[in-house]
Design a protein around this ligand. Structure first.
Ligand SMILES: [Zn+2]
Length: 241
């Protein structure tokens, strides 16, 4: 069982409504990005292990967050074995310039980072995330999780958002993700549920609030309870009973 903090984008509405709920600044970011990526296309494709390898290799030759080399966070075999994985390609003039995947577990989509050449296509990531959100808005999916790291529940992450942006270097990399979260959610974090996201050993994912987890992969319910967050401990404990 793996526990992560979700960073949730509400995609239960139409895409137009989703955009209308963004802040003025974030709407501008969307419009600007739309203009500079006018030739880009985003399409659903069959999972392709060769493309996955090609783009992970490309990804790993680059650096992130001001100079740290990137290592893709999962072994390739892990990606290949995920039967929940949905893959998209980003193309420009019929050339594939980016790859973007999410894991679909019923009404939850867990988005992986887009894979692309950061120097050559600096606007691709935002295009790809907004396109993925649009895809989700037109589906049964309710939440797209962009991954908030670990150690907090969703509501706490929202409440501490400005600390992440300014003070906590471990969570600095979340900063770029907040432009996708609607203004009303950021303005009123107290309304949100204190979700954690569980990944079962069979890789089924679910948002959990109560300590009860129904795994579709195992087709059974698991019951547990939250332990206390201890000072300086980055991982919440979940005790299976
Ligand atoms: Zn399971």
């Amino acid at each position: 069982m793996e526990i992560r903090t979700p960073l949730l984008v509400d995609v239960s509405t139409t895409f137009e409504e989703y955009i209308s709920r963004l802040s003025v600044t974030d709407k501008k970011k969307y419009k600007l990005n739309k203009n500079v990526t006018a030739g880009y296309k985003f399409d659903l494709i069959q999972y392709d292990p060769f493309l996955m390898r090609q783009f992970i290799t490309l990804w790993e030759t680059q650096t992130v967050y001001g100079g740290l080399p990137i290592k893709w966070y999962r072994p390739m075999d892990f990606m290949d074995a995920l039967d929940t994985l949905i893959m998209f390609k980003v193309t420009l003039d019929d050339e594939i310039i980016g790859l973007h995947c999410f894991e679909k577990c019923d009404q939850l989509a867990y988005g992986h980072p887009p894979l692309y050449n950061k120097n050559k296509f600096p606007n691709l990531a935002r295009f790809s995330w907004f396109s993925m959100i649009k895809h989700c808005c037109n589906s049964e999916i309710k939440y797209l999780d962009m991954d908030g790291g670990s150690g907090r529940d969703w509501r706490t992450l929202l409440l501490e958002r400005h600390n992440h942006e300014n003070l906590d270097p471990r969570l600095f990399h979340l900063k770029y993700k907040w432009c996708y979260v609607s203004k009303d959610v950021k303005d009123d974090p107290g309304k949100e549920s204190p979700y954690l996201e569980f990944r079962c050993s069979c890789n089924w994912k679910q948002l959990v609030e109560t300590g009860e987890f129904f795994c579709n992969g195992h087709n059974r319910k698991m019951i547990g309870g939250y332990g206390k967050y201890s000072e300086g401990n980055d991982s919440p404990r979940f005790l299976l009973k």
